[in-house]
Design a protein around this ligand. Structure first.
Ligand code: PMP
Length: 407
């Protein structure tokens, strides 16, 4: 009989041959500044034995190790349970979810917010539920936005990265073709979607100019604040920093980065949230966010708003950026993510290995994740790194950079 199955070995071989095969690498983090060491037991392969300083985490405020956040998760597990047990629309809705959503709406300056089981689910579910006719999307938007556009079966117009003029010309072009084809552009629903902070480039979207363009054409704006939530004004994102709450219809984000938990959210009008409760399939047909995750995110958001962790993070970012630049490295972006541009992919791997030998971990980012010739090391400081940690990181870059011949 013909084999109608799948040649998985062949697929894996191709990945191996093209140097694109990825593997999981379990680590056991043992201290709040991101040290990791030998896994403490079990069957996990031991991939790292020496302790190292991690400058590679999205746990930007270091709150996964915060006692208050851990206590909130523990307490929710003890009182509400470890899992929601069902979709929120069935029996999975708890006061822990409601508290989180109330707090998110307050921080984001919206009528309401809705928690999803991941940021990925929030993006895919929201874009698909809106069923936009056309989505205008930054060329470097996250995969979950791209997948949401696919699922929505929307026509997608991709504009140049962080380029409001390119967006405007795409909007004009689409208005022209609609009129030419005898359609009234006013009958179509248009959605502009952008990350606020881009994770591989550290760039920040020109949100005000994007809102200006959107308003000229009557389009809605959706902003993915995954890498910004908790880090900007009052514990919000770039939308809050720029005071654009009334001009951005959909604010989305994750609970899994600065908020030290798991899950995603959408914040917006009451009508938007009611529609998502009914139509976002990744919400309706998925078990509610685990209560300990919701409680941990609430507490982390509270800490992000009211402690000095944000200020400490931005101090560390400035120190590290200044140090790297004064050594002669080119550091991209304008956010807490510091991509150190190397260019050549082999040099980048050598530099990553060089800093690793000096007990500093930051990943080499290579094609296809970034364009050829723009390989880089993505350095992500945390609020919990202290002065000595930053100096260790800088010394590692200096020594490894000289060894590789980059300085
Ligand atoms: N959007 C962006 C910009 C992201 O970086 C990520 C996570 N890498 C997501 C969405 C998805 O969030 P989550 O990890 O919570 O699924």
């Amino acid at each position: 009989m013909a084999d109608r199955g799948f040649d998985l070995e062949d697929r894996l071989e191709t990945l191996e041959e093209t140097d694109l095969k990825r593997a999981l690498s379990p680590v056991d983090r043992v201290a709040e500044r991101g040290y990791f060491g030998e896994p403490s037991g079990g069957d996990l392969p031991v991939l790292e034995t020496a302790e190292a300083l991690v400058f590679a985490s999205n746990n930007y405020l270091g709150l996964t190790d915060d006692q208050r956040v851990q206590d909130a998760a523990r307490q929710a597990a003890a009182t509400v349970g470890t899992g929601a047990g069902a979709s929120r629309l069935v029996t999975g809705d708890t006061m822990v979810h409601r508290d989180l959503e109330r707090l998110l709406a307050e921080v984001k300056g919206t009528e309401r917010a809705l928690a999803f089981s991941s940021g990925y689910a929030a993006n895919v579910g929201t874009i698909a539920a809106l069923e936009p006719d056309v989505v205008f999307s930054d060329e470097l938007n996250h995969a979950s936005i791209i997948d949401g556009c696919r699922l929505a079966d929307a026509e997608t117009a991709v504009y140049d990265h962080c380029d409001a003029a390119s967006l405007r010309s795409q909007l004009e072009e689409r208005a022209r073709t609609a009129t030419r084809d005898g359609r009234d552009p006013a009958d179509e629903s248009w959605l502009i979607v952008t990350d606020s902070v881009f994770s591989m480039d550290g760039t920040v979207a020109p949100l005000e100019a994007i809102c200006d363009a959107a308003e000229s054409f009557g389009a809605w704006v959706m902003v993915d604040e995954a890498h910004a939530t908790g880090l900007y004004a009052n514990g919000g994102g770039v939308v809050q920093a720029e005071g654009l709450e009334d001009r951005v219809q959909i604010q989305m984000g994750t609970l899994s980065k600065a908020l030290a938990s798991q899950g995603g959210y959408v914040a917006g009008s009451a009508a938007l949230i009611e529609c998502l409760v009914n139509d976002a399939r990744s919400f309706v047909f998925s078990t509610g966010l685990a209560p300990p995750a919701a409680a941990a995110a609430s507490e982390a958001l509270h800490v992000a708003r009211h402690s000095g962790a944000r200020e400490q993070l931005w101090e560390n970012v400035a120190h590290l950026r200044d140090g790297l630049e004064s050594m002669g490295f080119e550091v991209l972006g304008e956010s807490q993510i510091l991509p150190v541009l190397v260019g050549d992919r082999t040099d980048t791997i050598d530099l990553a290995e060089g800093i690793r030998e000096r007990d500093v971990v930051a990943p080499a980012i290579r094609p296809p994740t970034v364009p050829e010739g723009t390989s880089r090391i993505r350095v992500a400081p945390m609020a919990t790194h202290d002065e000595d940690d930053i100096i260790t990181c800088l010394e590692a870059f200096s020594a490894a950079g000289e060894e590789v011949g980059l300085l």
